[in-house]
Design a protein around this ligand. Structure first.
Ligand code: AMP
Ligand code: MG
Length: 365
């Protein structure tokens, strides 16, 4: 299957998840905006969807007029498209791929966006002990082929690819905003973090245009700013396997990212291998597993959700507790799903019986 086809299959699944998320992103209708005790123009809810980064992005926002909403949508989606041109590994002309072409040579001055994403990639690689590592791309490629051909990657190729992996081979020069990839042939894959950064940036662009209350959904990963007017928070459905109880969170000024192998996996010798790879062993992550992380930055939530998918469920939870991180792990145990949550994640659960009943009624319809 071509990467593009694979992506479109992913879109279908994520689109289904998105439907659930939007269904429960409550807060429609008119609301009064109050500024310094004085009523100003009522804010109205607007929503728009576009296809970007191989998935669907949906923005819900509250604006005083259709004109204001339209120009805010345009600016936010333009930023996401700009970031796709910078961060994509599919587009041969992306800034990322131009940087990779310089691997083994001297430092390259990069855009602020690319620098920030690489800087955070290295930080998360360090704190996760290399479970998250954007230099894993040569190995990811072999596993992509393994999924298409339904057989294990060739051991010689895997060995060669693993020699190119290691976040310590990325050298950052903050003063010059430059990056050096030390080893020839190194390749970077921002698939585990780039979408999160795009969500942060979309929220930022909206804020700069005076849009305080917004939700940006990129294929099931969601960033929110202030709650809808008059509400305590955005109510978000976390993507879950179909047979498990839905999880609803109440969120404001934060983001939630979910990593999982709901669609992209291969079964070899009776074992299920995910599209996420353990960079330390070169072997794809085993078993159905889904990890959601809430963090004030969507970029960090995205990277950590990928990192925790590499850990086993218990280690993921221990990491979350140690770092006071809001994380949920759904793992299969003896044919049944077990849902594990860190205390910080538990605190974000929607507990309002009235809201939960309303959500249940709306999903049953
Ligand atoms: P996500 O859906 O955010 O978990 O990202 C998954 C994508 O990140 C994969 O499709 C790969 O492109 C890339 N990836 C896979 N394993 C890792 C890893 N251990 N660290 C960083 N990126 C990874
Ligand atoms: Mg991720």
């Amino acid at each position: 299957m071509s990467p593009l086809l694979e992506r479109s299959r992913l879109c279908t699944v994520r689109w289904a998840l998105l439907g659930i998320c939007l269904l429960v992103a409550l807060g429609g209708g008119l609301a009064e905006a109050v500024e310094r005790g004085r009523a100003v123009r009522p804010l109205k809810r607007y929503q728009q969807t576009e296809s970007h980064m191989g998935t669907y992005f949906t923005i819900i926002l509250y604006a005083p007029s259709e004109e204001a909403a339209r120009s805010a949508f345009r600016a936010a989606f333009a930023r996401v498209a700009e970031l796709d041109r910078i961060l994509s590994d599919y587009n041969p002309d992306s800034e990322l791929n131009r940087l990779c072409a310089q691997a083994g040579r001297g430092p390259v001055v990069v855009s602020e966006h690319l620098y920030r994403v690489l800087e955070e990639s290295v930080r998360v690689a360090r704190i996760s002990g290399g479970a998250f590592d954007v230099t894993v791309r040569p190995v990811v490629r072999l596993w992509r082929r393994a999924r298409r051909q339904k057989r294990f990657p060739d051991p010689n190729r895997l060995r060669a690819a693993r020699k190119l992996v290691g976040y310590d081979k990325i050298v950052l020069y903050p003063e010059k905003r430059a990056v050096q990839l030390r080893q020839p042939g190194m390749q970077i894959d921002l698939g585990g973090i780039g979408k999160g950064y795009a969500l942060d940036q979309a929220i930022e662009v909206l804020k700069n245009r005076g849009i305080e209350s917004a939700l940006v959904d990129g294929g099931g990963d969601i960033a929110v700013s202030a709650p809808p007017p008059g509400r305590a928070g955005w109510i978000i459905a976390v993507p879950m396997p179909a047979s498990t109880e839905p999880t609803y969170l109440v969120l404001a000024h934060t983001a939630v990212a979910t990593s999982g192998d709901a669609e992209r996996f291969v079964v070899l010798n009776g074992v299920r291998y995910s599209h996420i790879v353990d960079p330390r062993t070169g072997i794809a992550v085993k078993g159905p597993r889904q990890v959601s992380v809430v963090h004030s930055r969507a970029m960090t939530a995205d990277a950590l959700a990928t990192a925790l998918s590499v850990f086993g469920p218990q280690d993921a939870l221990a990491f979350a507790r140690k770092h006071d991180l809001a994380a949920q792990v759904v793992a299969e145990q003896d044919g049944r799903y077990a849902v594990l949550r860190s205390p910080a994640f538990d605190r974000l659960l929607c507990r309002s019986r009235r809201v939960l009943q309303r959500l249940q009624r709306s999903t049953e319809r």
